[in-house]
Design a protein around this ligand. Structure first.
Ligand code: HQG
Length: 181
């Protein structure tokens, strides 16, 4: 994606996950907004985009962050919201181990109290180490935790997998975490 499309993608993330009111729209209870209204709202608030721009950003997105429903001509973010939405995710059985990349400065706090969801709806976990490294590296020096998802699942804790292969859970207790060597 070129830098203009990256900027468009970030603007869409901000509107569809965090601040729909910044362009005067509301998401429906499942996070959707119809595309003509979104285009009008973006244009009215200084971020004009064409339908082609949106389609290109959705298709070219490195993490497939957005989902377009062609039948109803609407769009939503697949996950990562801070506004209240119900994504209708189906609980799934996780792989034995999941991964979480985080700034090195968080180690002590995470080992003491586990992972919590902070401002998001869920704790986000990665299916492989390389993805967790990319998540951690967003904020500089990082570490990767292994999450004993199999035991958590056996303990009755729920996991959901998004369509773009992010694993979500409510919290990870400290005794189910270990630091990668
Ligand atoms: C940390 C991006 C101290 C947690 C990424 C993380 C991901 C604690 C930060 C997705 C803690 C929250 C999510 C505790 C959690 N003590 N620190 N007890 N519990 N934390 O951004 O997982 O580009 O909300 O380790 O690629 O970093 O937006 O979560 O460092 O997939 O699509 O609190 O966001 O995807 O940070 O990232 P975030 P995250 P997008």
């Amino acid at each position: 994606m070129n830098t203009t499309d990256v900027r468009r993608s970030k603007r869409l993330s901000q509107v569809l996950r965090h601040r729909p009111e910044s362009v005067g729209i509301e998401l429906d209870p499942h996070g959707w907004v119809d595309l003509p209204s979104l285009l009008d709202a973006l244009a009215a608030h200084g971020s004009p985009m064409t339908r082609d721009d949106i389609d290109r950003v959705v298709r070219g997105n490195d993490k497939q962050r957005f989902e377009v429903d062609a039948t109803l001509d609407r769009i939503r973010a697949r996950q990562g919201h801070t506004v209240e939405v119900d994504l209708d995710l189906t609980p799934s059985e996780p792989p034995e181990v999941l991964f979480h990349g985080t700034p090195r400065a968080n180690i002590d706090s995470i080992l003491a109290s586990g992972l919590d969801r902070r401002r998001r709806h869920h704790v986000h976990l990665s299916p492989d180490r390389a993805t967790a490294e990319r998540v951690g590296a967003r904020r500089g020096d990082f570490v990767v935790f292994h999450v004993d998802a199999a035991t958590m699942h056996a303990d009755g804790l729920t996991f959901w997998r998004t369509d773009n292969n992010v694993w979500l859970t409510d919290a990870v207790p400290p005794n189910r975490l270990s630091l990668d060597d």
